[in-house]
Design a protein around this ligand. Structure first.
Ligand code: AMP
Ligand code: GLY
Length: 416
């Protein structure tokens, strides 16, 4: 088989790596890919990044399966376009992708299908939002409706702060359209978990749970990032929590997808919070997480390509996902300065003691060297039989990889 992976981050490197492991796969193209996919076994980058270019390439190369990494292409309708052209692609259509593309759409969906979630109201005008803010408890959570590159959620401690946030979203239009509709919702508290689940629209199979670390600094402090590290499985996601999740979140979500007739063969990523009152859905994403994927896929024993093919045939009910009986720890190596501005162009060195898996997130390959290009540059992923050992291995290997300004959190997977 020839597989095409769309995207260019650490997630896409991990997906390409996992696909390349399949004995059915002869070649994995990654468009546009990065310095890691440029040198990965069986992989080759294709320097294209627009939907019509993907279609033309898939036709020309007779690609057997396309897997979509980032949400933007899904929200733009890449799946609908591929299907119209008779090309096989894994991901939801444009309408189903609204579960991620619009917070008000997803919250209304959750409410309609009794998916357990925080109480909320939707606003498009400042005055009624301010009136509402006079009636709520603080802190309160304010969310931009549209895609805001992970920056669209603000937790306001006071009424004054909430009012200025609402104005910055709606009036100042800081998210360029994405925040002119807002969701104001109840503040919840508790550990979070990321659950990826694969669906063919009829059956949904959860992957092993994971835990992201979203803030730039230790102890979850400082600004939000795309993700500074992940452990899998998530120690807070116990058997009991899982049962609660399946009953009150996953199953009603699947029922909603079925009832609404979304054309949804893909991944639902549930961002959940484990509170004193049970598990709540915070959000849906309609693609694999980054860097959750980098931690989760290396623990998968099943052949990902075979599982995706089953899903595309509507036969996911025949599949049992197999997992390694271990733990993984993924640490993000970032450029100094990230998530604000940072310099790039530094050479990445990896010494021969390096024993983990290295996924590249933001670097290009040039004349056999890897040069940094992004904020999140790489992911070091180690697997072992206990979380402690996986952490120790990953942290040890952070010393075997380097570039100027390399920054990483020292507390990934530290459970207090
Ligand atoms: P979202 O994009 O909706 O997942 O929100 C991003 C982050 O904001 C989450 O991972 C949580 O840390 C936080 N968050 C979102 N909704 C809530 C809520 N209702 N209560 C507390 N924190 C929240
Ligand atoms: N790591 C969170 C996300 O992929 O959205």
């Amino acid at each position: 088989m020839k597989v095409l992976v769309l995207g260019s981050g650490g997630r896409e490197h991990a997906i390409a790596y996992k696909c390349a492991e399949s004995s059915k796969v002869e070649k994995v193209y990654v468009a546009p890919g990065n310095g890691g996919t440029a040198i990965e076994n069986k992989c080759e980058n294709v320097n294209i990044s627009k939907i019509d270019e993907f279609v033309a390439f898939a036709k020309k190369e007779a690609i057997d399966l396309t897997i979509v990494g980032p949400e933007v292409y899904l929200v733009e309708g890449v799946v609908d376009t591929f299907k119209k052209e008779g090309l096989k692609i894994f991901g939801p259509g444009k309408i189903g992708a609204q579960l991620e593309g619009s917070k008000s759409f997803s919250k209304d969906f959750m409410k309609k299908y009794n998916v357990k979630t925080a109480a909320y109201e939707v606003f498009t005008e400042v005055e009624p939002a301010i009136e509402y803010l006079k009636t709520v408890d603080y802190p309160i959570v304010i969310k931009a409706d549209g895609l805001a590159a992970g920056k669209g959620v603000v937790i306001s401690e006071t009424y004054e702060d909430a009012v200025s946030t609402v104005k910055s979203f709606i009036v100042d239009d800081v998210f360029k359209g994405a925040g002119q509709k807002i969701v104001i919702e109840e503040f919840l508290t508790g550990p979070e978990a990321s659950i990826l689940a694969i669906t063919d629209g009829k059956t949904m199979l959860p992957f092993i749970s994971s835990k992201d670390h979203k803030k730039i600094h230790e102890g979850e402090t400082g600004p939000n990032t795309g993700g500074m590290g992940v452990i899998a499985p998530n120690p807070y996601f116990t058997k009991e929590v899982e049962e609660d999740f399946i009953k009150n979140i996953m199953n009603p979500t699947l029922e909603g997808i079925r009832e609404e007739g979304f054309d949804f063969t893909g991944i639902v990523f549930f961002g959940v919070m484990i509170t004193q009152k049970g598990v709540y859905a915070l959000e849906y994403n309609v693609r694999m997480g980054d860097p959750e994927t980098q931690a989760v896929l290396p623990l998968m024993d099943s052949d990902l390509v075979e599982v995706i093919e089953k899903a595309l045939d509507g036969k996911l009910s025949e599949v049992t996902l197999e997992w390694k009986n271990g733990h993984s720890c993924c640490i993000t190596g970032a450029s100094k300065g990230y998530p604000a501005s940072y310099p790039t162009g530094f050479k990445i060195t990896v010494n021969d003691k390096f024993a983990s898996k290295l996924f590249i997130a933001g670097a290009k390959e040039e004349d056999g060297e890897l040069l940094t290009t992004g904020g999140r540059v790489l992911n070091v992923v180690a697997i072992d039989s206990t979380l402690e050992d996986a952490r120790a291995k990953a942290y040890n290997d952070m010393k075997n990889v380097d570039f100027e300004g390399l920054y990483y959190r020292k507390d990934i997977g530290e459970i207090k």
